[in-house]
Write a protein that binds this ligand. Sequence first.
Ligand code: CS2
Length: 472
Amino acid sequence: MSIELQSQAAPAVELPRLNRSLRPSAKAPVRIVHLGLGAFHRSHQAWYTHQAGDAADWGIASFTGRRPDAALALAEQDGLYTVVERADSGDSFAVVSSIVEAVDGADMQRLAALVAAPATAVISLTITEAAYRLGTDGHLDSTAPDVAADLALLASGSGSPTTPLGRLVLALAARRAAVAGPLAVVCCDNLSNNGTVAHNAVVGLAGAWDADLAGWIDANVSFVSTSVDRITPRTTDADVAAVQAACGYRDTSPVVAEPFSNWVLSGDFPAGRPRWEDAGAVFVADIEPYENRKLWLLNGAHSLLAYAGQLRGHTTVAQALADPLCLRAVESFWDEAEANLSGADLQIPAYRAALLARFSNARIAHHLAQIAMDGSTKLRMRAVPVLRAERAAGRSGAAAALMIAAWMDYSAAAAAFHDPLAEEAAAANRLSGTERIRALLGLVDPALAGDAAVVGLLEGLCGTFGELAVAP
Ligand code: CS2
């Protein structure tokens, strides 16, 4: 299905814009609605859908999250964009055509109309971990200001919600009203049990507005859990120029990704789904071992490198991994994580070796600052479960704790600390000694903050990577 384009010499004349003439076949009808039109959605779910044998039947209408301008740029290209697969050995280019509509996420009317359409069978989500507004108890925090504001809006019956969850709930209300039948919500954010998390967040928000709607969602919406994987750094101007030079057209919205990709799914699709298995997706009954392997080994190492690496003055994953102190910390964390992984044929040694190779791909400039964002949420999935499991087994969990300690030091040192709890972290950093550690740990896991031994362990680990080396 994909068009492989050969490299061409850099053209001297104005290039044509990537446009509908490059669409390989007629536009597929919308049967998937996606929330979170970002680079990862385009390098992953849209790429799988594009390669499915029945791609002609499965168009995606993709709604933006934090970047409404992304819809405009993509709409000007008829939804088409180039995926640049960046291997150690070079780039390959393919035009992806599964996105048939790119829409500003604030367009509630269009979202409700598409979700209410009987043809729509799947709603997929890449709205970021933090967007599920989980409290530290794992349930929706309906007191979070934006959630509370959306709830007030839903109750008043006027105006449009601003959070992805609020928009989704209102769109599902439209589907219920249209008697359009069951469908699947497929969460593609890096959370453990992400289908359950999405269920709890959506039903929690719906229930706080309208108990009948919550009941309808419970009975009609299947929440599919997934483990998603493909390293996709933010697109740069140099990437745009590289596509133009190689492909002979102007694409303002290419996406660069590593050649590797993985998608494991578990759950029901009551209204059908594309044949994603044609592109290598795997459907399993028990997803937890795969999720944990990916969240702990890949994402855990990423977070550790993001904080430790920046404290040591590095900018990218590949640079941080080349630093022996960071590499040792990653290997120790992997040892701890591995001791707590079981349940399927996980082939951990091969997985670890592959991760080292993937992280070392220096042609993928994966910026640590991008990974460092939203750490208070991410650490709950990436460090805390390993720390808890190690301690339950009578061991210290020092390597998992080191990830949290590095985050603490980074929260104090970073020139720009992006986190849903940034203000609380700043307040905690005005404290000192044990009080500071306890307050920061409380933002990640309040129960652990009550454990004097863990607080002491973290206090001893702070400063391991230096404290003030973060570049402004
Ligand atoms: C990263 C992930 O930014 C982050 O938190 O750890 O986006 C990671 O690159 C992907 O999960 C890889 O599949």
